[in-house]
Write a protein of this length. Sequence first.
Length: 173
Amino acid sequence: MTHFRLLLAAMALLLSACGWQLRNSQVVPSNIGSLYIATQAADNIFVSELTRALDVYGIDVVSSAAQANYAVVIVDFRENRRIGTLNASARAAEYQLNEDVDFLITDSSGTPLTSLLTASVERSYEIEESDILSSDNEERQVRMEMREEIVRQILNRLKVLPAQNNGQTPDSP
C-alpha cells in the first residue's frame, strides 16, 4: 500500500511541476480581490453555495459593498418542477427541474459591468413509485448538482472581470 501512495505522490509532484492542473482548478483568478453578494434572501441555499465556492477559490466575500472590488447582484432565483413523462397508469414517471438565476456584476462604485445575465440549468429524474423516499433523495441530489452548475456559470463569468477592466480580452496576457 505504501508503494501505491508513493507512486501517487510522485505523479502529483511531476504533474504540478510541469504546470498541469485539474480542469476548473483555477476558475476565478486570485487578482479579482474581494466580492460582495447582494441578494434579497441572505439565507438562501444558493447564496451559501456561491459563497462557499468563492471561498474555495480564495476570493474574499465581504459583508458590505463598500469593502468589495466587485459585487454579484442576485436579481432573481427561480425554481420550477413539472412532470416530464407519465407512466402507463397516467402518473408521473419523470420530473423536469429548472433553476434560473438572474444576476449582474458591478464594480466597487456600483456601476454595472455586465447587463442582466441568466445562469440556468435543467435536469430530469425518474420517480420510483414503490420507493418515494429514494425519489425524494434523488430530487435533493439533482437540485444540489443544479446549484453547483449555476455557481460554476457565475464563476466563469467572474473569470473575465480582471481582463475586462484592463481593457484586455480574456485570453490576452
